[in-house]
Design a protein around this ligand. Structure first.
Ligand SMILES: [Zn+2]
Length: 266
């Protein structure tokens, strides 16, 4: 009979990643993460079915059973309240299925787990950047209660943020720390650059969000623009205006790298 363990699940737009730790959460039990397609475009219920299948894979690997699972912690790539209600499906779903994702995801998953497991397993769902920020704070300060306020930023497909007050995530109404969806004013000297590379719509439906430009996805989009005809001629003019010249070698190298792997070029 295996000892009880905890499950950590990261839901992304494309994949779901699964890991397991011991009860003290200081030992990872599987050397590699289990992965499954999230199928998030089809709505949360489809993703929940994928999640249950992934948990079954973990149970097989650990030779465990559902009652051995002490807790399930799930992260989602969108603003979420402290009790697991997704309030805006920024990086999940399609324009048609986004609305379905604005749901109490933690509760929905807990209900499906209860049906399959025949026992109640606590499920905690939260925003992925909040979880990463909490982990970072714990790694630095442990359980210290010393007064402190920290701001944590993480970049990946999107751009996430987390505010921590005295070691605890400040959730606010679920949107706090969502740096990626802040719409900063553009300083006058950069107005022409911003106008030349128009603001794309963000996953949240807004424009001018930081995430649409500074996330990995945003950087790849901007690089594609910069290496295109319109981008190159704009950069050339911009540099000439400052008495500088475009370095063809740099551009050729960047271009080759972008064709090879846009992600690594960004
Ligand atoms: Zn946004």
């Amino acid at each position: 009979m295996p000892a009880k363990f905890r499950l950590g699940i990261d839901i992304g737009g494309n994949d779901i990643k699964f890991g397991a730790t011991n009860l003290e959460a200081d030992k990872i039990l599987l050397p590699d993460l289990v992965k499954r397609p999230s199928l998030s475009a089809e709505g949360p219920q489809r993703t929940i079915r994928q999640t249950l299948d992934g948990i079954k894979d973990i149970l097989i690997s650990l030779r465990g059973q559902w009652p051995d699972v002490a807790t399930i912690a799930v992260t989602v790539p969108c603003p979420c309240t402290s009790d697991g209600v997704i309030i805006e499906a920024t990086n999940l779903g399609t324009p048609e299925t986004k609305k379905l994702w604005q749901a109490p995801f933690g509760e929905l998953l807990a209900a499906e787990v209860r049906k399959v497991a025949q026992v109640s397993i606590p499920v905690f769902a939260c925003n992925d950047a909040n979880a990463a920020g909490q982990d970072d704070d714990f790694a630095r300060y442990g359980q210290s209660t010393s007064p402190r306020t920290n701001f944590f930023i993480t970049t990946g497909t999107g751009l996430g943020g987390c505010i921590l007050v005295n070691g605890a995530v400040f959730f606010g109404r679920g949107q706090s720390g969502e740096l990626g969806h802040v719409k900063p004013a553009v300083p006058a000297q950069y107005a022409a650059r911003f106008a030349a590379d128009p603001n794309p719509p963000c996953g949240c439906g807004g424009r001018q969000c930081v995430e649409a430009r500074a996330s990995l996805k945003g950087l790849m989009r901007r690089l594609e623009w910069a290496l295109g005809r319109g981008g190159i001629s704009f950069i050339e003019q911009d540099l000439n205006g400052r008495g500088e010249e475009l370095n063809g070698n740099v551009l050729a190298q960047l271009s080759a790298r972008f064709l090879e792997s846009p992600q690594s070029a960004a």
